[in-house]
Design a protein around this ligand. Structure first.
Ligand SMILES: Nc1nc2c(ncn2[C@@H]2O[C@H](COP(=O)(O)OP(=O)(O)OP(=O)(O)O)[C@@H](O)[C@H]2O)c(=O)[nH]1
Ligand SMILES: [Mg+2]
Length: 461
């Protein structure tokens, strides 16, 4: 990819008749020349950096007015990409921005690739890689908390400790290498200090790694399937939880046929809840397909709520469904929460199989919207599994960062374990740790890794 030409893209989401403003952005040395060929400001406004001009975008040949717009000029290096940047704030909607973009392309800009503005900001040293990644995370955030952690790393709150850790490792490496080269001229290594520093970096890495689970939850959210026999109150539960009438509820078993989904936020975690058709053997062809879809939902879910009817208790069918679910979830990684519904009716304590002694159980009366808080608590408990306390940090690392941190931690632990060996042995692992930490912030990164990271961005970012 050429990183020196002038690129252009639509920087805002556009849908027919939906936005009031749409932005076309140019970055590169030709930005201003292109803008001058298109933009005609009224009266005597001066073309100056960090100014907003008002005027019209006209076709350079026909002089036909394409849009009325504001234009922002941000000359290098005081811009997002550190290149000359021009933004046209056009009328929203597909037509104005598309036509303005086309004119920019006709005047010599190239259509930007996904993430290319951020990539340039990174390549030109305006932001580090964690900050670039956080931009994408901020744009895709599905809950306020997800947005908050993205903002934290955009502010450098992840890059900062990583850079410090790396600098410390570099210092230690320098000390050691000096000893290897000029052993006789230097005071002996202070092993205690060195070990303490290494341990400190390792501990810090562990603390950051513990934020990965929360990061994963905040970014990708959770998919939760509600499953169980017909008529136990699955759809009522979805409705009570989402405070809508999303799913049809009747007293007829087999009401739900298609999977009904609803988007919720539980403690900052974006949650997709799937209400499914009651599982039973049936001859009804539509219901049969519904049951198949239930099982597909169960299989794809991170967590299953198995709903039973408190009045009826644990039945053979419930047992069969339970076994079906556990069979689908062979990796054992997917928790099941037992929901005993219709607790408002006269009930006996159900006699449950012994596996449920160790599983979370929640009592609800979905029709009365009771027990939802307890349900959310049980969900949070089963997904966090104790990791939430270590996640008091503002930032939450992503999977790529976690993989690099893990490499760093493993290398550091090898260094700590090699303390009795000659110094040469230490440097190999220390270098690996430094390299891995450098990959997180982008200080050491290959082009192909960069390409994969930025290609996940949206166009115009
Ligand atoms: N008393 C009482 N009735 C409930 C409760 N929850 C659901 N019901 C009733 O149980 C019946 C079945 O509810 P649904 O929510 O449609 O049950 P479902 O599990 O979705 O059923 P299918 O879609 O057929 O699998 C309806 O008449 C509900 O009003 C509850 O907590 N208490
Ligand atoms: Mg239903």
């Amino acid at each position: 990819m050429n990183h020196h030409d002038t690129i252009a893209a639509i920087a805002t989401a556009i849908a027919p008749e939906q936005g009031s403003v749409g932005i076309v952005r140019l970055s590169g040395s030709k930005s201003e020349v292109i803008a001058r060929s298109l933009f005609h400001n009224s009266n005597n406004q001066i073309w100056e950096t960090h100014r907003i001009l008002y005027g019209y975008i006209k076709h350079p040949v026909t002089k036909e007015v394409i849009d009325e717009s504001l234009m922002l000029i941000m000359k290098a290096p005081r811009s997002f990409t550190r290149e000359d940047v021009i933004e046209f704030h056009c009328h929203g909607g597909i037509m104005p921005v598309q036509r303005v973009l086309n004119l920019c392309l006709e005047q010599g800009a190239r259509l930007a690739e996904a993430g290319e503005f951020s990539l340039r900001a990174f390549l030109n040293g305006r932001i580090d890689l964690t900050q670039a990644e956080s931009i994408q995370e901020l744009v895709g955030a599905k809950s306020p908390q997800a947005a908050q952690t993205a903002i934290a790393s955009l502010q450098g709150k992840l890059a900062h400790p990583i850079r410090q850790m790396r600098a410390k490792c570099v210092d230690i490496l320098a000390e050691i290498e000096a000893r290897i080269d000029f052993d006789d001229d230097l005071v002996p290594l202070n092993l205690d200090n060195l070990l303490r520093d290494l341990q400190e970096v390792t501990d810090q890495a562990h603390t950051l790694m513990a934020t990965a689970d929360r990061g994963q939850l905040l970014r990708s959210g959770l998919k939760i399937a509600i499953a169980g026999r017909p008529n136990v109150g699955k759809s009522s539960l979805l409705n009570a939880w989402s405070q809508t009438d999303r799913a049809i509820v009747t007293d007829l078993p087999g009401t739900t046929r298609d999977v009904v989904d609803s988007q919720l936020i539980v403690s900052g975690i974006p949650v997709t809840v799937l209400d499914t058709a009651g599982i039973r053997a049936t001859e009804d062809i539509v219901e049969k397909i519904g049951v198949e879809r239930s099982l597909i939902s169960v299989k794809s879910a991170d967590l299953v709520l198995l709903v039973i009817d408190a009045q009826i208790g644990w039945t053979d069918q419930d047992q069969e469904i339970y076994e079906l679910i556990t069979d689908l979830k062979t990796d054992g990684d997917h928790p099941i929460i037992l929901v005993i519904n219709k607790m408002d009716l006269p009930t006996y304590p159900p006699i449950l199989p012994s596996v449920f002694e160790k599983k979370p159980i929640v009592y609800t009366a979905a029709a009365l919207a009771q027990g939802i808080d307890q349900l959310e608590l049980a969900i949070l408990n089963s997904v966090h599994q104790g990791s939430i306390s270590s996640a008091n940090l503002e930032v939450a690392i992503n999977q790529r960062q976690k993989a690099s941190l893990l490499t760093a931690v493993q290398a550091l632990e090898r260094v700590l374990g090699a303390i009795a060996l000659p110094l040469d042995f230490w440097t190999i692992d220390l270098r690996e740790a430094i390299h891995a930490l450098g990959q997180i912030t982008g200080e050491e990164i290959t082009e192909s890794v960069l390409d994969t990271i930025f290609s996940k961005f949206c166009i115009g970012k």
